[in-house]
Design a protein around this ligand. Structure first.
Ligand SMILES: *Cc1c(COP(=O)(O)O)cnc(C)c1O
Length: 455
């Protein structure tokens, strides 16, 4: 009998709607607060940064939101994405578990990020916006939004964390190839950037600083530029649910339903997009799939952070939201999974973890690269450093099955390939990679700067 390795959906099966978990959230949402007044924000305040259509998606409680046809047309360049049974990994682990993975690395920029970039570019264009600003860490988000803005004929300014700008030039070149402008943040283009440089001319930058710069440019543009965020917000996770909706159909083709669903979490977008459709089944159909969020031990917002109100950025210009946070002044160590280095977390994912509907686990850097090489040498794909956290957890669970003899169905999200991250593999193979201890003192210090709010 020949075994099936991949499950491919026809283009006609590309989902027509995103799933909005607000409709089924078992806990009421916390208010989003104005960074200065610390009172609940009005759509007016947010409309300086975002088009009204996205603000309405942020608070919508409709269970399904139609994917606009122009967005589906662009999705069709790479979607539906393939879903694999990891037969060779199973054999190498000698596990009775059935391991499956969804592969988002087939998008033109190599990650899941275009799923929301294309949608955000579309809604901004529809609202009459001609230019966007954004930040990027290692460059995955910047390249996704650059591609999307190019498709919809919009200008884009990208504030790229300086240390990545210097160390990872290829994604900067990708961004420029799509026609966008990239600046090494902190820059001298913004008041906030200049204030950071005045204190520390050699500042390596951080995601929090870059967000502040991109927000400042949009907020002071007199309405000509809007700001776009690649993770954390409800509408971003919403757009990513196209991933999980496809996986449900692909698992049906395979005749299986998962015991466990695993994805990595930086701001929570690939996790939410992958896992929320399974949470819907848990909430509304009595399914009992275990849902696991995998994060780095060096930036452990879900497992070691505090569930509290905090600013989304370093300069305290972004709204205050209730989330798991390490403190907005905390700068995580420069681990190679750059996409997971954010002080906060999606409020939706945070609430689900806080109330026990999602389990969070942290993983050390060396253990993730060990898992990544096992995966690459069995399945062939070299994963981005971020999803190696999910792979580590999936392998650990499959090894537990080997002990117990259980044939559990384990499904994880391979949210990107690692072709632009080969320096990280090089460092690992040369024995130069290290684990970072949980920076308890620094996080405690950062916690003393959380805003005091009345909610
Ligand atoms: C950006 C990125 C992440 C982290 O962001 P999430 O919003 O948590 O998904 C993870 N993996 C890849 C490949 C990324 O590009």
């Amino acid at each position: 009998m020949s075994e099936q390795y991949k499950y491919i959906l026809d283009e006609s099966k590309l989902p027509k709607a995103w799933y909005n978990i607000n409709a089924d959230m078992p806990v009421a949402p916390a208010p989003v607060l104005h960074p200065q007044t610390k009172e609940p924000v009005t759509p007016d305040f947010l409309s300086v940064l975002f088009p009204m259509s996205l603000i309405m998606q942020e608070i919508s409680t409709e269970r399904y939101i139609e994917i606009p046809e122009p967005v589906r047309e662009v999705y069709k360049l790479w979607r539906p994405t393939p879903f694999f049974r990891a037969h060779r990994l199973e054999k190498a682990l000698d596990t009775p578990a059935h391991i499956y993975y969804k592969y988002e690395g087939v998008s033109p920029v190599g990650s899941h990020k275009p799923n929301t970039a294309v949608a955000q570019a579309f809604y901004n264009k529809e609202a009459g916006t001609h230019a966007l600003t954004t930040e990027t860490g290692a460059g995955q988000w910047g390249s996704a939004l650059a591609m999307a803005c190019n498709f919809f004929g919009m200008d884009l300014e990208v504030y790229m964390v300086k240390v990545s700008y210097n160390q990872k030039p290829y994604r900067r070149m990708v961004i420029e190839s799509y026609g966008a402008e990239v600046y090494a943040s902190p820059t001298d283009r913004t008041n906030y950037g200049r204030s950071v440089l005045a204190q520390d001319p050699d500042s390596p930058g951080s995601l929090g600083i870059a967000i502040s710069e991109a927000v400042e440019v949009a907020a002071t543009s007199g309405g000509t530029k809007k700001y776009s965020l690649g993770s954390v917000l409800n509408h971003v996770l919403l757009h990513q649910t196209v991933i999980g909706e496809e996986v449900l159909l692909q698992l049906e083709m395979a005749g299986e339903y998962p015991d466990m669903v695993i994805a990595c979490t930086g701001g929570g977008s690939n996790f939410g997009g992958f896992a929320f459709p399974f949470l819907r089944k848990n909430f509304t159909e009595g399914k009992q799939t275990k849902i696991i969020a995998a994060e780095p031990a060096a930036s452990p917002s879900l497992t070691r952070g505090k569930y509290a109100f905090d600013y989304g950025d370093t300069a305290q210009m972004a709204p205050i939201v209730k989330m798991h946070t390490l403190g907005h002044t905390f700068v995580p160590p420069t681990i190679h999974a750059g996409g997971l280095r954010y002080h906060g977390m999606s409020p939706q994912v945070s609430a689900l973890v806080e109330h026990g509907f999602v389990e969070a686990r942290s993983v050390n850097q060396l253990a993730t690269f060990e898992a990544a090489l096992t995966f690459a040498r069995t399945e062939g794909i070299i994963p981005a450093p971020e999803p190696t956290h999910a792979i580590r957890v999936a392998i650990d669970e499959a090894l537990k099955c080997k002990e117990t003899g259980e044939a559990k169905v384990i499904v994880f999200n391979l949210c990107g390939h690692g072709h632009f991250d080969m320096a990280a593999y090089d460092a690992y193979l040369k024995g130069q990679l290290v684990d970072y201890e949980y920076p308890a003192e620094e996080i405690e210090e950062a916690m003393s700067h959380l805003p005091e709010v009345a909610f």
